[in-house]
Design a protein around this ligand. Structure first.
Ligand code: ACM
Ligand code: ZN
Length: 497
């Protein structure tokens, strides 16, 4: 099999000799025919009798045809032999997420990751722009978000003050570059959890904002946005409004994941909101806040995506797209949600998170996973928009480590998103892309993608689980102990008044 990733739907190699011809700029020459009978983003290539003809119905298809030609040229030294390719994606949403909030990645790195995506025919870049550990987008109305929220004093591996953010102009540059490669950009402002960096900058955004710092460690934090104050939702709307002329594509991500209710349960304003809305559960308050912002986005012609959370199943409006990361929800319930009309993007943390060790989320695990959850009805399959492969960066402090996590897995993900499954030898084909990644500036080591076996695997697994335990509980318990005590004291006094 010719080592293209994603493997084209149909690929025939013929006997005859064929050599690519190039123009003065080095671009491969071909005759182009616009053919409206072909599917969106699809393309057809025929190399025969010294002639190369490409057909597509749109510019994206033409772009992917050119990508395929470029790869064939590089991998065959310009003499691929006669061939015929007919290709089109199974899914319209083929995403990659870069978490720039935990560690900041400069513009050049983001542009390089866009090059990786284009090579693999991925078409959505999701930028996780804000989290407890950093706020990465300049907002004119709230300058402290970046002056304070974009920097932290240290982490476990970087023992000095560090951080960074993108200016509006830099983000426009990133979006324009992505668009030139038929890639849409989804910005994420994570709300109401994962919000410490914003609270550190503007303590009034929290229920009890005093003492909240841009987080040095990881895991789920107790301090979340105070949804009981009108000003908090106004803040979010102001932020989104400033993003509209930067991020011009349809989808906006509101986060919505891993919200702790501890502060809300004590906060006079949040308690009052819950009472006023007549809710019994805090998860209803969480869903309400996300629904409000989703409606705001809709008014501006945008659509909201949130991370799925089992807690808000049945409470979040049906027009919110769910990014399925598991979030306590099993696949049976997910299928029910899809069957009832929910649109979803598949990003199960096992096996699609690209920050997990290769021993856990390796090529074979990705290959085995069924993208369409069991129980999904045939007429509901279209509610699965596609797949996305997130690179969280709690343990990825630099571009070199990012490359290690991405290659060759991102290529395998791209095949899943393009075809809906993996074709044979996907791991080997993905690895054959090493020179192409290196040409784009990636650092690819000899052992890229190596999966541990036996005892080494067991140790990796134990290490991963223990790390989760540490992240989720111990670190934050210690870190928040002082704040929690003070918050409790203050709220108790207020509630007694
Ligand atoms: C997530 O991994 N908390 C979306
Ligand atoms: Zn509150």
């Amino acid at each position: 099999m010719f080592p293209l990733v994603p493997a084209p739907i149909k690929f025939e190699r013929k006997e005859g000799f064929f050599k690519f011809l190039k123009d003065d700029s080095g671009a491969i020459k071909y005759d182009y025919v616009r053919d409206d009978s072909l599917p969106p983003e699809g393309y057809e290539l025929r190399a025969r009798d010294s002639k190369l003809v490409m057909r597509s119905c749109d510019e994206a298809g033409r772009f992917y045809g050119e990508v395929t030609l470029g790869v064939m040229d590089a991998l065959t030294g310009g003499t691929p032999g006669e061939f015929y390719i007919s290709d089109a994606p199974a899914f319209g949403y083929r995403g990659y997420m870069l978490d720039v909030a935990r560690y900041f990645f400069d513009v050049d790195t983001v542009l390089r990751h866009i090059d990786y995506m284009a090579l693999l025919k991925l078409n959505v870049l999701h930028l996780h722009l804000t989290d407890d550990q950093g706020w990465r987008v300049e907002i004119k109305k709230y300058p402290r978000l970046t002056a304070v929220g974009a920097f932290r004093s240290r982490t476990h591996v970087r023992l000095y003050r560090h951080g960074g953010y993108y200016t509006r102009e830099q983000l426009k540059q990133i979006v324009a570059y992505a668009h030139s490669k038929h890639i849409k950009v989804v910005p994420e402002i994570d709300f109401p959890g994962h919000f410490s960096a914003a609270i550190a900058a503007y303590p009034e955004l929290g229920c009890y904002g005093e003492g909240v710092k841009v987080a040095r460690n990881f895991g789920v934090k107790y301090d979340v946005a105070c949804v009981g104050k009108d000003t908090t939702l106004s803040f979010m709307k102001d932020v989104l409004e400033e993003l509209f002329d930067i991020f011009t594509d349809e989808y906006y991500h509101l986060g919505g994941d891993e919200v702790m209710y501890e502060r809300w349960k004590l906060c006079p304003e949040c308690l009052e909101l819950k009472r006023r809305l007549g809710f019994n559960q805090w998860s209803e308050v969480q869903a309400w806040a996300l629904n409000e912002l989703s409606a705001f986005l809709n008014e501006h012609g945008k659509k909201a995506i949130i991370w799925n959370e089992s807690k808000i199943t049945g409470k979040a409006d049906k027009n919110l797209v769910w990014q399925y990361w598991q979030g306590g929800l099993d696949e049976k319930k997910l299928a029910e949600e899809i069957n009832s009309g929910r649109q979803v993007i598949m990003s199960p943390c096992e096996p699609y998170y690209l920050d997990l060790p290769y021993s856990i989320n390796g090529v074979r695990a990705m290959e085995k996973y069924k993208l369409i959850p069991e129980g999904t009805k045939v007429d509901a399959v279209d509610n699965i928009l596609g797949a996305e492969f997130p690179l969280w960066t709690e343990l990825v402090p630099n571009a070199r480590q990012a490359d290690k996590m991405l290659f060759p897995r991102l290529a395998v993900g791209a095949e899943i998103a393009w075809r809906g499954c993996c074709d044979e030898n996907v791991g080997d084909r993905a690895k054959s892309y090493a020179p192409l990644f290196i040409r784009l500036g990636a650092i690819v080591g000899e052992k890229a993608g190596a999966e541990k076996k036996g005892i080494a695997y067991v140790l990796d697994r134990i290490w991963w689980e223990r790390r989760q335990l540490y992240w989720g509980a111990i670190g934050n318990l210690i870190g928040n102990m002082k704040v929690r005590r003070a918050a409790k004291r203050k709220f108790r006094q207020q509630n007694q008044r």
